[in-house]
Write a protein that binds this ligand. Structure first.
Ligand code: 5GP
Length: 245
């Protein structure tokens, strides 16, 4: 997709966002490009765009079915979603069930430690600063991004989504280790779950073997990246058939 396309409004690390004829609806085009470590590592994962668009579509529908409002409108092609236009809150909302990634680095905790209860944490969505961890005071007072009420609402929705995802993925033999969500407000000021729901922003481990089935395969050069993404898609599709029909 050429960058000069007139209605391209945003080009992210893995998605391009276009305007549509309806000013309240955008088209998210999922590319195969992959980045890690704040885009210091770059590559391509064959068919990732199609896989992630489809997994996202199914998981957004799972959320909607369980009462979580999302920006999802419909999957308009194998690698495109139509989504409601939202003003994204520049906070990455991360949930952790099992220690991995930056939590292990920051606190010298062993990867795989099952946490006593889920942790919700916030990072600043800012590549130049390397997405730093935020406290509530940083969010409310230093950056003036949002208030306690919205942060409470986001936290509750995120914990609810975590329970929905954990239950869904357990049925297909996958542990939800951690994930990152983004939220935004639509034109009616409704808070909607936005962005994507895929192995790019979730850590998934096979429940029996603990094999990694997510972007850590790319980050850590573990090989078989595409087949891991395909495996998640296959299992999500199977279970979604039972739940979303
Ligand atoms: P960590 O903080 O351990 O690096 O990441 C925690 C979880 O959030 C992981 O599932 C990871 O994939 C996701 N995550 C954290 N930051 C980002 C980000 O900037 N982009 C994406 N796509 N996922 C992220």
């Amino acid at each position: 997709m050429p960058i000069s396309t007139p209605n391209l409004i945003y080009s992210g690390k893995a998605k391009d966002i276009f305007e549509t004829d309806d000013p309240t609806v955008l088209r998210a085009y999922f590319r195969d490009s992959a980045t890690a470590f704040n885009a210091q590592k770059k590559g391509e994962i064959h068919d990732k765009g199609k896989i992630n668009a489809t997994i996202s579509a199914l998981l957004f529908q799972l959320c909607e079915k369980n009462g979580i409002k999302t920006h999802f409108v419909k999957q308009s092609s194998d690698r495109e979603l139509l989504v409601k236009r939202v003003n994204i809150i520049p906070i990455e909302v991360i949930v952790r069930n099992i220690a991995a990634g930056s939590l292990c680095k920051r606190l010298a905790i062993k990867e795989g430690k099952v946490l006593k209860e889920p942790i919700v944490e916030f990072s600043y969505k800012n590549d130049e600063l390397g997405d730093p961890l935020l406290t509530r005071a940083y969010i409310k007072i230093a950056l003036e991004i949002t208030d306690d009420k919205t942060l409470d609402e986001i936290t509750n929705l995120t914990l609810k989504a975590n329970e929905i995802f954990k239950e869904f993925f357990l049925k297909v033999g996958i542990k939800v280790v951690d994930f990152k969500l983004e939220y935004g407000f639509d034109k009616d000021n409704d808070l909607l779950l936005a962005d994507e729901l895929s192995p790019d922003n979730f850590r998934f481990w096979d429940a029996k073997t603990n094999e990694k089935l997510d972007k850590d395969r790319f980050r850590q050069d573990l090989g078989n990246v595409e087949s891991a993404y395909q495996e998640v898609l296959k299992r999500v599709k199977e279970e979604a058939k039972n739940i979303l029909s």
